[in-house]
Design a protein around this ligand. Structure first.
Ligand code: F6R
Length: 261
């Protein structure tokens, strides 16, 4: 795992977008794992800019989102499908049939989850997975006590997640109480991943996830198992990290980061 600290949320999100753009240039048929949420919005804005101004080509990419609300169709403006269309897919040259999210209105959700895993496997797995972190330490909708070996499944949402996301609904009580999410193990299978955390509200949980003990109470801590995981944070989200000086030294001195400095 590596931690990169940027001065503010704007430079942190632009850096993540640049890392994604570089991956797409290196492998045009990249299998990209995506996340929704407030943290990701500026990343997608920047990717749209790079597509329009620098002609980044998404035509051969395939995407898999981490999660979707159970019970919401893609037409529902609160669904994650709707979010992805609005913030990214409608503005880049990706073929929408290559963009995948779990279907929240599938009749048989257990089968939907198994099919989602099979579809990821049929693309030879996810090359690069983007992640945010929830206020309870979740990645995707992997709430506290989700098994590190969990795969895509239906997950009841806990109080912290409902408090975090329900203000985004016109009527907060309409937020679904279940999500369909890639499992922790599905995420760990990605070949590389980037977790972006911005803002002081994420500082405490981020430090627990990155530097604390492995625990399924904070599913983001499972990323300590990942061989190619980069944590990108702004100053505000970094304040509780003990190893800040070391992370800064690595970023300033390692040749692999030269093009991002
Ligand atoms: C959403 C997802 C979630 C979010 C997390 C943070 O697809 O994967 O884990 O990344 O809840 O959400 P924000 O960015 O809104 O704070």
């Amino acid at each position: 795992m590596e931690v990169v600290i940027q001065k503010d949320s704007d430079s942190a999100s632009k850096m993540v977008a640049k890392m994604v753009a570089r991956a797409v240039k290196i492998k045009p048929d990249l299998v990209l794992g995506l996340a929704t949420g407030r943290t990701m919005e500026p990343v997608y804005t920047e990717l749209v800019r790079i597509h329009k101004e620098e002609k980044l080509d998404f035509s051969a990419c395939r995407t898999f989102n981490l999660d979707e609300y159970a019970g919401l169709s893609g037409e529902n403006k609160h669904s994650y499908r709707h979010f992805m269309n609005r913030h990214l897919f409608d503005h880049i040259n990706i073929d929408k049939k290559n963009t995948h999210l779990p279907n929240g209105t599938a009749k048989d959700l257990v089968k939907e989850c198994a099919d989602y895993e099979a579809l990821i496997a049929s693309c030879c797995g996810i090359d690069l997975q983007l992640l945010g972190i929830g206020s309870d330490g979740h990645i995707g909708f992997n709430e506290p006590l989700s098994a590190f070996r969990s795969r895509t499944r239906v997950q009841p949402l806990n109080k912290a997640t409902i408090e975090q996301n329900s203000p985004l609904f016109d009527r907060p009580e309409e937020m679904p109480r279940h999500g369909i999410t890639m499992g922790v193990s599905t995420i760990l299978d990605s070949k590389s991943c980037i977790l972006l955390a911005t803002g002081d509200a994420k500082a405490e949980i981020l430090a627990k996830a990155v530097e604390g003990p492995l625990t399924s109470m904070i599913t983001a801590s499972a990323l300590q198992f990942h061989e190619h995981c980069t944590i990108v944070v702004d100053e505000a989200a970094s304040v509780k990290l003990q190893g800040k000086e070391h992370y800064r030294w690595v970023f300033e001195n390692e040749p692999e980061w030269a093009e991002f400095r």
